[in-house]
Structure formats: structure tokens, C-alpha cells
Design a protein around this ligand. Structure first.
Ligand code: VAH
Length: 310
């Protein structure tokens, strides 16, 4: 039995549906501070504010959860607008989720991000264990969160697991205020207008992944043999590294007159510049068999098809 926080978000909305298909509808309790706009199927939903520890504890207890998947958080660009609120939500929510996991003996999944790296991190083929001095509030939250998960594991034996997600591309629910959101917008604009103006500059490479691969990774990690996990938390995972023009050429293969232009947003560009170009996912491959099915071209074909239908 699983409780998901942030179930109305970009990852949560699809994860809930996938978990319900895999483990049964009634076994997956979706929670969020707002009612999801999409159809969650006929499974249970409860309104939960993750900063309210008692409410989260009660929901997990009533559901009889054995696993909590904690996704509720503010993304990088939004967090720069309201840093103190981001701290309260991102750290307050996580420590509450870890406390619930500790008190009710639950497994926990929570995502970290490539945002946990900073300008002094090696940029190419960024190792699993390396320098982490991020310069954004979101990055500070992610590093602190990685450490907190490790702490609860070593101190209390909480089976907390997680990955460092790259930018996630999906067509069901839009991301809410991240730096990598352009990689989703570009597909909608390509279908609507055959053009896109990118707020991230030419040549800015970041790691990316298609949502189906991200969901499989979560399930695979949670089902992995704990004895094989050396890291447990914050595994680097990536499907491919791409800059706006790479998306432009991939889209151009299907929409030949697609036009890509640039109007760089200095705030989000600065964040992107502080993150790696490409990360090394070998620890995840070795410890729990991480793999992906979608590269940029395969994802682009599917994204354009799905967005057109929408
Ligand atoms: C963001 N998509 O841009 C998120 C992510 C890859 C970074 O954590 O904030």
C-alpha cells in the first residue's frame, strides 16, 4: 500500500496511474494540497498539506501504507522567487515524510535532482560522488534532502531511496516552474505554431529523460534488492544530454519548417549554467540495473504524436 504526496504534479499525476495499474487502484492513495485537474481513476484521493505533520501521519496510518512516495515540492525557478517558502515546503515536507516513514515503518522514495550540483561540480560525465555546492535554493534543498535521507537510514534504519532526476519531459501534466520546462513547452509550441522561442540559450546542455523511463526507474529502484544498494539515495540517472537546438533538430525531422529562436531569461539561464552538461549514471546501472528505452529521437516521435492528439 502506497501513499503518494504531490500527486497532482508533473511526476505524481502519471506515477499514481502507473502504480494503480501495477499494484491495484485501492492500494495507492493519492494526496496533494490541491485537487488534481486530471482524472486519477477511481482510486482514493485525500487533500494533504505535507507541512502538516499530523495530517500526513494520519493519512498514511488510515491507508495502512507500507511505502510513501514523497514528491510534493517547489521546482528550481519558482523557488528562486520565494526562497523562504521553498525552504519551508521542500525541507518541512521531507522531514515530515521521513518522520512518518520512521514512526510507521514505511519505505520512502523521494527525488533529488541535477539541481543538487553547482558551478564547482565537474560538468561533464559528472560522477555519482562529487562536489555539491549548488547556488540555488532548490539545490540547497536537494543536497540537504539527500543528506537527510541518508541520516534517517543510518540513524533509524528508514529504507529511504532516491534518484537525481534530470529534466523530465511529459505530455500529461505540465511541470510547475522548473528550469528545464522549456523541453516540454517546445513540443506544445511546435504542434501549435511550428515555432518556439527558448528562454534557455543555444548550446546549454542539460540532462533529460522521458517520463515513462522516469516512472520505470522509480519502481525499479524501490523493488531493488537492498543488499545490492551501496548508495541507496540520490542516484545519478539520465537518458540523454541535450541543448535547445538538439530538440530543434529532432522536431525538425517531423515538422520540417519548425523554427527555433531565442530570448534568454537571465534567471533561468544562470541556473542552467550552474548545472552539469551531462551526468554519469553508472552507479545506478551497476547497483539496480537502471536503463532507459527512449533517446531524444524516440521520445520526440512519441511526444509529438501525443501532444497532437491532445
Ligand atoms: C527543475 N525540472 O528544472 C526540475 C529539475 C532537472 C531539474 O529538478 O527545476
Amino acid at each position: 500500500k502506497i501513499l503518494v504526496t504531490g500527486a497532482a504534479g508533473q511526476i505524481g499525476s502519471e506515477l499514481v496511474q502507473k502504480l494503480r495499474k501495477t499494484y491495484g487502484e485501492a492500494n495507492v492513495l493519492a494526496t496533494d494540497i490541491r485537487e488534481p485537474e486530471y482524472v486519477l481513476g477511481s482510486g482514493p484521493f485525500e487533500q494533504v498539506d505535507v507541512t502538516d505533520a499530523d495530517c500526513l501521519h494520519q493519512a498514511a496510518k488510515d491507508h495502512g501504507a507500507d511505502t510513501i512516495m514523497h514528491l510534493a515540492a517547489l521546482l528550481s525557478a519558482k523557488a528562486e522567487v520565494v526562497p523562504k517558502f521553498a525552504w519551508d515546503l521542500n525541507m518541512g515536507g521531507l522531514v515530515n515524510a521521513l518522520e512518518v516513514a520512521h514512526n510507521l515503518d514505511l519505505k520512502l522514495f523521494t527525488p533529488s535532482s541535477i539541481g543538487a550540483f553547482g558551478p564547482t561540480t565537474p560538468r561533464d560525465s559528472t560522477p555519482q560522488d562529487t562536489i555539491q555546492r549548488p547556488t540555488t535554493m532548490y539545490g540547497v534543498n536537494k543536497v540537504a534532502g539527500e543528506l537527510l535521507c541518508d541520516y534517517y537510514y543510518h540513524r533509524f534504519g528508514v529504507d529511504a531511496r532516491g534518484v537525481r532526476f534530470p529534466g523530465l519531459i511529459s505530455y500529461v501534466t505540465p511541470p510547475g516552474g522548473g528550469t528545464t520546462d522549456y523541453a516540454v513547452e517546445i513540443y506544445y509550441e511546435a504542434v501549435r505554431n511550428k515555432s518556439y522561442t527558448s528562454y534557455i540559450g543555444e548550446g546549454t546542455k542539460m540532462d533529460m529523460m522521458y517520463m515513462p523511463d522516469a516512472l520505470n526507474a522509480i519502481i525499479q529502484l524501490m523493488e531493488a534488492d537492498p543488499d545490492k544498494l551501496i548508495h541507496r539515495n540520490a542516484f545519478n540517472i539520465s537518458a540523454f544530454s541535450a541543448a535547445p537546438e538538439d530538440f530543434g533538430s529532432a522536431i525538425g525531422k517531423h515538422i520540417p519548417d519548425f523554427e527555433l529562436s531565442y530570448k534568454v531569461d537571465p534567471v533561468r539561464q544562470k541556473i542552467a549554467d550552474s548545472w552539469p552538461n551531462s551526468i554519469d549514471s553508472s552507479a545506478a546501472q551497476e547497483e539496480w540495473g537502471f536503463q532507459v528505452r527512449y533517446d531524444l529521437d524516440k521520445m520526440t516521435e512519441d511526444m509529438l504524436d501525443k501532444v497532437k492528439k491532445k
